[in-house]
Ligand binder design. Structure first.
Ligand code: PRP
Length: 181
């Protein structure tokens, strides 16, 4: 597929074919771990929406969805360090196998905030699936059970991820250079 005009100047990091192959493996791992037990995929808006929709279809176990809205970046490119809940859960997580679905782990602030919030609901289990992990930026330690790709300190967009709300619908994951932010 050719690069859409709005994405000109971005540097390709992972093509949609590479992402699809990795998501298929992650889906197989989760399906193997949960066997016949249903899972609840808890997506973190907005960035994880596309990853969740592909991961859900890579599962062979039954999956329901819920979404949390969280924002820590606002319109900028750096974490403000403050996590803000913009949409709460629709239903309790009590007794459920929750898989928290994140597009990217960066400072770890969002994930630690969400882990506390979800744990208060007393789920049967809580696991983390993150498509990207950027460990070089960690402020708080976090551990994801399923990781798609570990990346260096790049600012990435596409496949749900944005810069000031742009580029989310790009099928590939690309690096946005500092002069384009
Ligand atoms: C991104 C991403 C994670 C969070 C991770 O969300 O989707 O939720 O940052 O960063 P952290 O590890 O430094 O906390 P963002 O605030 O950009 O909102 P968005 O998903 O709506 O783009």
């Amino acid at each position: 597929m050719s690069v859409p005009p709005f994405a000109t100047g971005l540097q390709l990091l992972f093509s949609h074919e590479q992402i699809a192959a990795r998501v298929a493996v992650m889906g197989a791992e989760i399906s193997r771990d949960f066997r016949d037990e249903p899972v609840l995929l808890l997506g973190v808006l907005k960035g994880a929406a596309i990853f969740l929709s592909d991961l859900a279809r890579a599962l062979t176990v039954e999956a329901s969805f819920d979404f949390l809205g969280v924002s820590s970046y606002g319109k900028g490119t750096k974490s403000s360090g403050e996590v803000r809940l913009t949409k709460d859960l629709d239903e309790s997580m009590q007794g459920k196998n929750v898989i928290l679905v994140e597009d990217i782990l960066d400072t770890g602030l969002t994930l630690n905030y969400l882990k506390k919030l979800i744990s208060a609901h007393q789920p049967r289990s809580l696991r983390i699936a993150a498509l990207l992990d950027k460990p070089s930026h960690r402020v708080q330690p976090v551990h994801a059970d399923y990781v798609g790709f570990t990346i260096e300190d790049f600012f990435v967009v596409g496949y749900g991820m944005d810069c000031a709300e742009r580029y989310r619908n790009l099928p590939d994951i690309c690096i946005l250079s500092p002069e384009m932010r």
